[in-house]
Design a protein around this ligand. Structure first.
Ligand SMILES: NC(=O)c1ccc[n+]([C@@H]2O[C@H](COP(=O)([O-])OP(=O)(O)OC[C@H]3O[C@@H](n4cnc5c(N)ncnc54)[C@H](O)[C@@H]3O)[C@@H](O)[C@H]2O)c1
Length: 426
């Protein structure tokens, strides 16, 4: 752990320049931007949340298009900035124009990235809790956005993302979400066929994200509760939304795409049976949820993160004249199997984003990923409380807001895990 980190809780420029990341940057990176990269067509990218996906998305964006450079980085922790920078330089040394002046740590790093001159596109890849506020700040600052899914952890955050996405549309700003299946050939072709009636009317379906364990970070001596929770963010509902929101949103989004509708009612159950140790925070380790669509069709969803069990990550749609599988197959009278070439969808989503910006026809996926995020949140809320949840109520009336009292590196009690029938519906 970087012991300078606590100084960066309310980071000052001076404190940050003392860190190793700044020192290594100063030693090796040019401070001026090369003329070729400063041309009017160049898209200068800022990355907010420089972990695995933020760094990966930046590399995907650089892979997707020429004339794109990374010019600023922001993260809560200097050590994450440093490892991200090393990876970025390893992949695209000449297109990483980050300097010590454009590299920021702390809770306010996002606003500093947004104020770097010339940045026009930001990648938002922090834990999902921070997305609504970061998206709002980015759109207020006139930035195009690539944002990772999910985009909120509670209905209040979802409403914020919907409102900001509408404002982005008014301002002509692009928003692409990291639901890469929406940019993947096999899914695009499958959905075209479903929407053309290849399997008739949709009457039901299933979707799954059942897998084993993920990484976990234990609290080290001297590490504040807030630092630990932010580093170990997967396991705290206020940060990740729980794994039904953090991971399973991908599959739920595919189902919503097929129905071209949001469920009217969500009924779920789940629990915390195996991952009960303190390092696993307060999230559940399994959920089973039923989504009921406006035409009466019901879709069963399952997600599990328990080692030693069968894995399954998949979507299936049942229609009146056949069935469709997310991996690119239709069974029935209009049987079909995907056989084309496929660009890496993590790159394709940036190809589509950059192309839309340059063509002056910005994509805006903000509302639909906010809505799919809300579906996953409703599944969690239903499983946590034991109550069925209606779409209109969740979208318009729920007051659930998991934001902590303050963002400060100090004490932060872990909320007890939910108990169905006892945990209140808010
Ligand atoms: N589309 C996909 O397939 C896919 C895959 C993996 C992750 N994701 C999503 O990407 C996001 C990030 O996941 P990850 O795997 O990169 O996690 P990660 O822990 O590797 O990275 C998150 C980074 O955000 C930083 N951070 C935390 N709070 C911050 C704040 N307030 N301001 C600035 N930085 C902050 C952390 O220090 C960390 O470096 C999540 O929303 C996750 O669901 C999507």
């Amino acid at each position: 752990m970087n012991r300078n980190f606590k100084k960066n809780a309310g980071v000052t420029r001076r404190d940050f320049l003392k860190t190793s990341v700044a020192a290594s940057l100063a030693a090796t990176l040019p401070l001026r931007i090369p003329a070729a990269a400063a041309g009017s067509d160049t898209i200068r990218v800022g990355v907010i949340g420089c972990g695995g996906r933020g760094t990966g998305a930046a590399i995907d964006c650089l892979t997707a298009a020429s004339g794109v450079v990374v010019a600023a980085l922001g993260d809560l922790f200097p050590d994450r900035l440093e490892s991200s920078l090393q990876k970025l330089r390893g992949a695209f040394a000449d297109r990483i124009l980050v300097t010590p002046e454009t590299c920021f740590a702390g809770f306010d790093a996002f606003s500093k990235v947004l104020s770097v001159p010339g940045i026009s596109l930001v990648i938002l890849a922090t834990p999902p809790h921070f997305r609504p506020a970061h998206l709002k700040a980015a759109v207020d600052a006139g930035m195009h956005v690539f944002m990772e899914k999910p985009v909120a952890v509670d209905p209040v955050g979802v409403r914020s993302v919907i409102a900001t996405s509408a404002r982005a549309a008014e301002k002509g700003l692009a928003i692409v979400a990291g639901t890469q299946r929406r940019h993947q050939s096999r899914y695009l072709e499958l959905m075209r066929r479903i929407h053309d009636g290849a399997i008739g009317e949709l009457v039901g379906g299933e979707c799954y994200w059942n897998q084993g364990e993920l990484w976990v970070k234990r609290q080290e001596p001297g590490m504040s509760d807030m630092e630990w929770q932010c580093r170990n963010w997967l396991y705290f509902t206020w940060l990740s939304g729980d794994h039904i929101v953090e991971q399973h949103v991908h599959n739920i989004d595919v189902i919503n795409w097929a129905f071209n509708a949001m469920p009217v009612k969500v009924t779920g159950m789940g629990g915390r049976q195996v991952r009960t140790a303190p390092e696993f925070g307060n999230i559940f380790d399994h959920f089973a949820v039923e989504f009921e669509y406006p035409n009466g069709a019901r879709v069963l969803s399952m997600c599990r993160q328990i080692p030693g069990c069968s894995d399954r990550i998949e979507e299936r749609l049942a229609g009146s004249r056949g069935s469709a599988f997310g991996y690119g197959e239709i069974h029935g009278r209009k049987a079909w199997k995907f056989s084309g070439d496929e660009v890496n969808p993590y790159v394709q989503e940036h190809v589509d984003l950059v192309r839309s910006i340059r063509a002056g026809r910005p994509l805006n996926e903000g509302r639909r990923i906010a809505e799919s995020t809300l579906c996953a949140i409703m599944g969690r809320m239903s499983a946590y409380t034991g109550r069925s949840i209606g779409w209109e109520w969740a979208l318009n009336a729920s007051k659930l807001d998991l934001t902590p009292a303050e963002y400060r590196f100090g004490g932060l009690a872990v909320e007890p895990a939910a108990v169905p029938g006892v945990t209140p519906l808010i």
